[in-house]
Design a protein around this ligand. Structure first.
Ligand code: TRP
Ligand code: ZN
Length: 495
């Protein structure tokens, strides 16, 4: 305190600074990225969002989306300006009631400059009025807004929010959501969570959805089109809402025969992972031409193609497993993707065992034997695969193999205690692989450094005995009966 007065000019500067709140005197712009080395520009620095309120209107014929986002947040540093990630056309921004200057910058930044700098810890209400045709917007040369003959869908990973709402687009900043969308009568709007109401007036129907648990931005979804909606409750008491495009053609039966088993599968997974973390469950199948499925929170996205070869409950298991591993407990950074995909794939192995189509160990043996030591498969480190290999097949298959190696190392009792305890220990939050290792060590009482290093962080095929003693002695391993259905989940790897 004393030292300050020794700095030349400090007194003169202080009198100028009186014009703005003293605590924001050193305010500077918030970073354009949250600090994820895989995606340096994703998310933003300087604030933390707690809630998104989106009130929108959508016209399926023209793909026009318009409305208002009201974002509740709090500054985490002194800010002269801050960024949102967004691609649509902005008409007005207000910060705590006052109009703010705004400009786009970079690939997907909306820079907001309030009239007065913001001190650290300031509660913010940011209102963004916007409109635009999402299908005409791109960043880095791509778009993840999926236009359909009767509307559109926002669902992709890791980026889908930029095309429909302004956000702090990174899993580290989770928030609750109210999403309310007016569409022409006869069109449905599907989103996350519970359907609070539908109201019709003058040819438009407003659909109002609520996600009351923290949700990562990439897990927020919006589907606009002509859907049949089915509702029910699982035997264990979880409300289920599913939606099917009225335009699924020959895939409709298989889609329903798979997704209608959501309640049964949620209950089964609850036995393995603990209580289902959200107020509602379900999935939707829009008439997109994509090949993937995505674990959008409490309302899973399935491509019709997933069901082209008949029903597939394995993909339903995968996406529902993510509700615990990925959605309730989210990655801290995208390098932690194994915490999502390794466990969602492992859940498919457990389901295979449950269905009598091959045990988890048999599937592990098959993966291990299918890739010779010189296969590039083993050069991918599931524990830190790099952005360009974030969704490599090895993150899934080698990732699940790592889970099986953990099971063999600590034994079934500790292993299943970890599988069930982990989602509870980090519910609705974020975690990284080091946190998981610490948790598994605590539960098992074993030091697991070498095991994690071998299976997740070495660009080489681990020695056989670590997988299962005697395994390497066998030249080939029979393909488990569940294999093809499990592999059919991998649509994402085909594009
Ligand atoms: N997380 C998805 C799954 O395995 C897969 C996925 C990866 C994905 N990248 C994607 C889905 C991009 C859609 C778009 O279930
Ligand atoms: Zn997955």
């Amino acid at each position: 305190m004393h030292r300050r007065f020794l700095v030349p000019g400090a007194l003169a500067a202080a009198s100028v600074l009186l014009a703005i709140p003293a605590s924001a005197a050193g305010a500077s712009p918030g970073a354009p990225g949250i600090g994820d080395p895989y995606y340096p520009a994703y998310g933003n620095g300087g604030y933390d969002v707690s809630h998104y309120d989106l009130r929108l209107t959508y016209r399926p014929e023209t793909d026009e989306l318009a409305g208002t986002a009201t974002i509740l947040a709090r500054t985490t540093e002194d800010l002269s300006s801050f960024d949102l990630d967004f691609l649509l056309d902005v008409a007005e921004v207000r910060v705590n009631g006052a109009t703010a200057a705004f400009a786009s910058s970079g690939e997907h930044e909306l820079v907001v400059t309030p009239k007065v700098p913001l001190a650290k810890g300031t509660p913010l209400t940011v209102v963004v009025r916007y409109s635009g045709v999402p299908s005409t917007k791109s960043a880095y040369g791509f778009s993840t807004w999926h236009r359909t003959p009767d509307g559109a869908v926002a669902a992709d990973e890791p980026e889908s929010a930029w095309w429909w709402f302004p956000s702090n687009d990174h899993p580290l900043d989770k928030a609750t959501y109210d999403v309310s969308v007016a569409v022409p009568d006869g069109t449905q709007a599907i989103s996350n969570g519970t359907l609070q109401s539908t109201t019709s007036r003058l040819g438009w129907t407003r659909w109002t959805w609520r996600q009351n648990k923290p949700q990562a931005t990439y897990l927020a979804t919006l589907a606009l089109g002509r859907f049949d909606i089915s509702t029910g409750t699982s035997e264990g008491g979880v409300p289920v809402v599913n939606a099917y495009s009225r335009n699924l053609g020959d895939n409709e039966g298989a889609a329903r025969a798979s997704v209608e088993r959501t309640g049964e599968i949620v209950d089964w997974l609850s036995g393995v992972f603990g209580p289902y973390p959200f107020a509602s469950a379900g999935g939707y199948v829009p008439n997109t031409t994509t090949g993937f499925a995505l674990e959008t929170q409490s309302r899973v996205y399935y491509s019709p193609r997933q069901f082209a070869n008949g029903s597939n409950t394995s993909v339903v298991v995968h996406e529902l497993a993510h509700q615990w591993y990925g959605d309730s407990v989210s990655v801290k950074g995208w390098k932690d993707i194994w915490l999502n995909e390794g466990f969602a794939r492992y859940a498919q192995w457990l389901w295979s065992e449950h269905e009598g189509e091959g045990t988890a160990q048999e599937l592990a043996d098959y993966v291990y034997a299918s890739h010779p030591a010189d296969d590039a498969f083993w050069t991918v480190k599931p524990g830190d695969p790099g952005a360009d290999r974030q969704f490599d097949i090895a993150v899934y298959d080698r990732g699940a193999l790592a889970v099986q190696a953990l099971r063999n190392e600590i034994g079934d009792e500790a292993f299943f205690a970890v599988l069930k305890g982990w989602p509870a220990s980090h519910a609705y939050g974020n975690a990284d692989i080091a946190d998981f290792r610490a948790y598994a060590e605590q539960v098992s009482g074993k030091s697991l450094g070498a095991l994690f290093d071998t299976w997740l962080f070495q660009p080489a095929k681990p020695a056989g005995p670590a997988a299962r003693s005697g395994l390497t002695a066998r030249a080939t391993v029979v393909q488990p009966r569940s294999w093809k259905k499990i592999a059919a989940t991998n649509g994402v790897h085909e594009h």
